[in-house]
Design a binder for this molecule. Structure first.
Ligand code: COA
Length: 239
């Protein structure tokens, strides 16, 4: 179905104004799918009443929460994204993103929608800083956040109870001034995203170059994460 209320267009997706007729059923389905909700902080069943009220509130709360439906170029609804708790004094917000259609995981749609959302946050709303909270085991989300310019600010240890155990929350953030440089370099000059060399692909910690001895006279150059100890060959990181 064609959605006329497309707000922002990217390479793979468009961010559209949420529409009860087109997007409500998927929201109920995805927010009750354990394969999806394992990655977010909600844990209670989402009823139709609850979801309808959420849709109704979007218009009333738009100064505080700006939510978009994510659609592919051909109009297929695959998820939601948004800026929450917008603080106009400090010029901050917290990002939320869910690709509910699992067929579309890991194919670049999340990265594309996040870059459009950040462009809107920084260049339209003039926010200064956008934060993200990511469960430590959610490697796909961490990686896509890093690819969009987020950096790790800290860890809230054992913050959430998920899949039978307490898990760390990784606190990520991206600043407007740094993001503008980042997206200029990554998108305009190279025409595509590349993985930043000094960010740990496992936990988003800081990678440090070091020479590790392999024998008395031989050294192997590698990168080591100062936070989690993950190591990789120097050549791998230089791709
Ligand atoms: C997190 C999410 C928004 C990311 O969107 P996406 O379209 O799947 O992500 P992208 O394809 O743009 O980027 C993911 C990156 O992680 C990589 N990746 C995919 N699966 C991975 C995994 N299991 N472990 C590590 N990396 C993984 C991909 O290869 C890709 O990197 P690359 O482009 O360098 O190859 C989406 O997967 C999602 O909504 N998942 C379910 C709910 C969720 O986790 N929400 C976020 C809560 S913080």
């Amino acid at each position: 179905m064609e959605n006329n209320a497309v707000s922002l267009r990217g390479k793979k997706v468009a961010l559209c104004v949420p529409d009860r007729i087109k997007h409500l059923e998927n929201a109920i389905k995805w927010m009750n799918d354990p394969e999806v909700t394992q990655f977010v902080t909600t844990y209670l069943p989402v009823t139709r009443d609850f979801e309808e009220a959420w849709f109704d509130n979007l218009g009333k709360e738009r100064e505080k929460n700006v939510v978009f439906a994510i659609e592919t170029k051909d109009g297929k609804h695959i998820g939601f994204t948004g800026l929450h708790n917008i603080n106009w004094h400090d010029r901050t917000a917290v990002v939320g993103a869910i690709i509910g259609d699992k067929e579309y995981w890991g194919k670049g749609h999340g990265t594309d929608s996040m870059m459009i959302l950040l462009s809107y946050a920084f260049l339209t709303l003039d926010l200064r800083k956008v934060r993200a909270s990511i469960l430590a085991f959610n490697q796909r989300s961490l990686k896509h956040a890093i690819k969009c310019g987020y950096r790790k600010e800290g860890v809230s240890e054992k913050q959430y109870y998920k899949n039978g155990k307490y898990v760390d929350e990784i606190l990520m953030a991206v600043f407007k001034n740094k993001w503008i440089l980042f997206q200029n370099r990554e998108f305009r000059e190279k025409g595509e995203l590349t993985f930043p060399q000094d960010i740990c692909p496992k936990c988003a910690g800081k990678m440090k170059k070091l020479a590790r001895p392999v024998s008395r006279s031989e050294y192997r150059n590698c990168w080591r994460c100062e936070d989690c100890g993950f190591e990789t060959e120097l050549t791998e990181m230089q791709k």
